[in-house]
Design a protein around this ligand. Sequence first.
Ligand code: SF4
Ligand code: SF4
Length: 113
Amino acid sequence: MSNNTERYGLLIDYEYCSGCHVCEVACKKEHDLTVGQWGIKIHQDGPRQLDNGRWEYTYIPVPTSLCDLCADRVKGGKLPNCVHHCQAGVMVYGKISELAEKVDKDTMAIFSR
Ligand code: SF4
Ligand code: SF4
């Protein structure tokens, strides 16, 4: 059930993440983060050889404790900067209840604060 105090978050579908790191840079610029500080970080799983001989890489974007869901941008009617700049559409910003309804596969995760 929705209400005015409902929390917001990011729905991340890492199946489509190319590991391009654009979201990391977009976040650093938006929040003026220094070297070594990240609001979101891409983690790489693999490479790992599968039974069929093919190699598997997975890139997983993980928001950190420095992520404030771009509160100032969102107040101004804009999308979070990582969402705005991700060309692969990996992340969706919205109400947790609405994001949860979209989860239909095991490469999806919801981040909230
Ligand atoms: S989430 Fe989007 S912007 Fe970030 S590394 Fe993946 S594809 Fe690139
Ligand atoms: S929502 Fe904003 S603060 Fe959070 S990771 Fe994305 S760009 Fe950074």
